[in-house]
Ligand binder design. Structure first.
Ligand code: ADP
Ligand code: MG
Length: 736
């Protein structure tokens, strides 16, 4: 039934050709017990491997049941092995982490049998090899002789016509060896057994044929006992492994080696938490970036704030404010909203600090320290509870009088005082980490300071003799209303120096309004009459000035508000409120519209960079995980090669591996989710991670799970490919 005609096997190794065996001719029949002997290196194992279909041959023809095999592909040999061959190895090739029963069962499952259909047969065969007592013992706990008996049981159970045994007694003591051969002999009855051994005496009495090899050639081939020829041999029946059994094996493999399970678990845990962590911190910084705007014009960028002014550009009056207050979403109105954005400086001896002015009427809650103001010079300070002034030097703050300094232009102050205010009450900021401070003052204080501010922020131009000039305007008690006293030098601009009674126009403008005064020049001052006319002494310091009456001058700056801010209760309804304000003939704009974000281009670039980083991270993670998992799985090479020798196809191996990784990844991922849940619900206290979890929703969890499964899938494909790249024996030898 098995015939070799001039078969040769060469090894090509880095350009060097070595001969495994050379021009072997052989014809073996069913029922034979063939013993092959010979020196080490004479080619016995190579011959057996070629006969077993686990190694290829380069020359000659090998026939099985009359079919020629030299054109066989790897797949055809898989089929060949499953139909005809059972192997027994010197090193047993058992799955150490499986029990005796599971080892024997494995070959049946791989060949498509149902678990319950084979139970009786397996137990029967285990009985035959005398291991019933050990059927549920892990193979790793057995002695060498017992292991080899398991290997024989495994070879028997599939009932193939050929059993190939390469030095099955090589690792056994003589007593065990005898038992093993005894069993083999029993098995050999209706089969072809081909066995390699050094110890010819042990087998002499059973052998029907003895073959001696030397240097890759058969030098002796003695038929001791004639066996009836059976030209066609019944093939062993096999099917593809049942899907259910693939799952069974995959799940069994997940847990059978604890260290491997834990290592894979850790890798998957690390991989999924790295992806989720990267994603969450990406989202977090994205959000921080959109929040992170600033505005040159406005400091108070509260999302509840709407800035309003009148469409006709006139100033607000009480009637306007009453109408606004009647709208339903209004919390409060800050009439002089410039103080929301411009701070005042409070100073006392060597201490000074910035504060933003608020109308005392808008202070609704109770004070934390002190009392409410009883007159216009008393104020309430709102400040952080943790501020140094409160914690360390409260005595220098509460019930102390501070001066407000006159501002000259934006953020620059003179030493001149505008007014004195006494802090009689303290209110803490809602947020302890908000170190801004507000000063709650009366409407009159705001009015006075606004006038001061209007003066400082306005441009002033003097229209005299049909030209605009930038003379300095000052007040003097000696000037009547409607009149102006100017430097005598200015008369040279006029015909005949007739400056008295000439009109002079003072024009003021700022971002809110413009106004002008029409005056008549009543007098001019010279070095000699300066003191008399204005009360000032140093002429050189007071050149080219325009002196006007104080009331006239104040009328230019003492204005009602032209721009106010409305604070609303419900931010979600801000658009409705804006529409309502527009209906009152007001311009209304959210202060957040004035926010300048970091450049849009910068933002898009950052986003692209982050997406690229995330993708690179996933790829890098894939390779790192692949390398680690490959190292972990390396210990599984023998397992999978053994599966292959027992009849598992590439697809089977891939699927079983897939299930193993899938199960492990899923358990690992569920553990991660549980962990994050515990962190989120504050049972495990990890603040930063808890914050990150806010950015991960169901969608992200599902997506990362899919990524994890895809990665483990790719790994199993890659690994299975590698296993099947070579002949079974080469893969196996690489590992042993
Ligand atoms: P035996 O089993 O009789 O001890 P082998 O069949 O293992 O001998 O080896 C036969 C010859 O083939 C030896 O010369 C050995 O060096 C060579 N050989 C075996 N396997 C390989 C291999 N994978 N690569 C190269 N040469 C090999
Ligand atoms: Mg050998």
């Amino acid at each position: 039934m098995l015939k070799l005609k001039n078969v040769s096997k060469f090894y090509y190794n880095k350009g060097i050709i070595a001969s495994g065996f050379n021009k072997v001719n052989l014809e073996l029949k069913i029922g034979e017990f063939v013993v092959i002997t010979g020196e080490s290196g004479s080619g016995k194992s190579t011959l057996l491997n070629v006969i077993s279909g686990i190694d290829s041959y380069e020359e000659g023809e090998m026939y099985i049941n009359g079919n020629e095999t030299s054109h066989y592909t790897e797949r055809d040999f898989e089929d060949y092995r499953r139909k005809y061959i059972a192997n027994i190895f010197q090193s047993f090739n058992l799955i150490n982490s499986y029990t005796v029963y599971q080892n024997v069962e494995l070959v049946m499952l791989l060949n498509g049998y149902k678990k319950k259909d084979v139970k009786k047969k397996i137990l029967d065969i285990i009985e035959q090899v005398g291991l019933t007592k050990f059927k549920n013992t892990k193979v790793s706990k057995l002695s060498g002789g017992q292991k080899q008996r398991v290997a024989i049981a495994r070879a028997m159970v599939k009932d193939t016509p050929i059993i190939v045994a390469d030095e099955p007694t090589g690792n056994l003591d003589s007593k065990s060896a005898e038992e093993v051969i005894e069993i083999l002999k029993k098995v050999a009855k209706n089969k072809l057994v081909i066995m390699v051994t050094h110890n010819i005496e042990q087998v002499e009495q059973y052998a029907t044929r003895i073959i001696k090899m030397n240097d890759g050639r058969i030098i002796e081939n003695t038929e001791i006992k004639k066996v009836e020829d059976e030209p066609i041999v019944k093939e062993s029946i096999y099917n593809n492994i049942k899907i259910f059994n693939k799952y069974r094996l995959g799940i069994r493999n997940t847990f059978n080696i604890l260290a491997k399970f834990l290592l894979l678990f850790v890798v998957f845990f690390f991989m999924s938490s790295a992806i989720l962590g990267e994603y969450a911190s990406f989202q977090m910084s994205e959000e921080e970036m959109t929040d992170d705007g600033y505005s040159i014009a406005f400091r108070n960028l509260s999302e509840n704030r709407i800035i309003i002014n009148k469409e006709d550009r006139t100033s607000f009056n009480d009637e306007d404010y009453e109408k606004i207050k009647k709208l339903d979403n209004i919390d409060y109105i800050v009439e002089d909203d410039i103080f929301l954005d411009t701070s005042v400086i409070l100073s006392k001896e060597s201490r000074s600090f910035n504060s933003y002015l608020m109308d005392i009427e808008n202070l609704k809650d109770n004070l934390d320290l002190g009392r409410m103001p009883e007159n216009e010079n008393e104020v309430v300070l709102k400040i952080s509870k943790n501020h140094y002034y409160i914690k360390e030097t409260i005595d220098d703050v509460l019930n102390k009088t501070y001066s407000i300094l006159k501002s000259e232009e934006l953020n620059s102050y003179t030493d001149e005082k505008v007014m004195d205010l006494t802090i009689v009450g303290i209110k803490y900021n809602e947020d302890d980490n908000d170190y801004n401070s507000n000063l709650y003052v009366s409407k009159n204080v705001i009015k006075t300071l606004r006038k001061d501010m209007n003066k400082n922020y306005s441009n002033i131009k003097i229209f005299l003799n049909n030209k605009y000039e930038q003379y300095k305007v000052e007040t003097s008690e000696n000037v009547e209303r409607g009149k102006a006293i100017v430097d005598d030098e200015l008369k040279y601009q006029f015909k005949n120096y007739r400056i008295i009674n000439q009109p002079i126009n003072i024009y003021v403008d700022n971002i809110y309004y413009n106004d002008e005064l029409d005056l008549k020049i009543s007098n001019t001052y010279t070095k000699s009459n300066l003191k008399r006319l204005t009360g000032l002494t140093k002429y050189d310091n007071n050149r080219y000035k325009i002196f006007v009456n104080e009331d006239d001058y104040n009328s230019l700056y003492d204005k009602p508000s032209y721009q106010s801010s409305v604070f609303i209760k419900d931010v979600d309804k801000i658009e409705e409120t804006i529409t309502q304000l527009n209906n009152l003939n007001l311009n209304a704009k959210k202060v957040t519209d004035f926010k300048v974000n970091q450049g849009q281009i910068y933002k898009s670039i950052m986003k692209i960079i982050k997406v690229v980083v995330t993708i690179v991270l996933i790829i890098v993670l894939f390779f790192i995980s692949y390398l680690i998992i490959r190292i972990i799985l390396k210990s599984r090479n023998i397992y999978y090669t053994t599966l292959r020798m027992l009849g598992a196809t590439y697809k089977n191996v891939r699927r079983i591996l897939d299930i193993e990784l899938f199960t492990n990844a899923t358990i690992s991922y569920c553990t991660l989710i549980l962990f994050l849940y515990l962190v989120k619900s504050n049972i495990i206290k990890l603040e930063y991670i808890a914050k990150l979890t806010n950015y991960i929703g169901i969608k992200e969890f599902v997506l990362v799970y899919v990524i994890l499964i895809v990665i483990s899938r790719l790994i199993s494909i890659k690994f299975a490919r590698k296993l099947f790249k070579n002949t079974a024996i080469n893969t196996y030898n690489e590992e042993v």
